[in-house]
Ligand binder design. Sequence first.
Ligand code: GTP
Ligand code: MG
Length: 149
Amino acid sequence: AERTYIMIKPDGVQRGIVGNIISRFETKGYKLVAMKTKQASQELLDTHYCDLVEKPFFPKLRDYMMSGPVCCMVWEGKEAVVTGRKMLGATNPLASEPGTIRGDFCIEVGRNICHGSDSVENANKEIALWFEESELVDWESHSKDWIYE
Ligand code: GTP
Ligand code: MG
């Protein structure tokens, strides 16, 4: 089954939005495969955001991402990557639709609460970057026949 890497950024943790975000993925029907809090290192962020390191805003992005703990999660289910992105909303929160996480909880792109993988390929890379294989739990949800036909 498809997996995506969802990370609640330091502002989401500090503002107490962790539970709400977990609840949205849970009630959607996705399965929680791994979760932990972590203090991100510079090295980890340089790898995670390797496509953005040359951007002028990157130093600020890295400071933001290191300003407190992040909450790292792996969610699994049908089309989890593209649906996870929809649930997060547009990158710029003022353009995010109400009902999305960013649309409901934040205002600025530099404080946009959460990260979601943008492709299956990147999801697999990010999961391998942030988690040890042994931290990913393979389990069967008792709700699966009520979520999938
Ligand atoms: P992520 O799910 O966090 O990867 O966001 P995204 O895929 O919607 O956007 P992208 O990967 O292009 O950018 C990663 C993150 O960098 C964004 O979520 C923002 O937090 C930050 N970012 C992107 N563009 C800007 C910008 O113009 N200014 C600032 N300050 N931050 C930005
Ligand atoms: Mg991105």
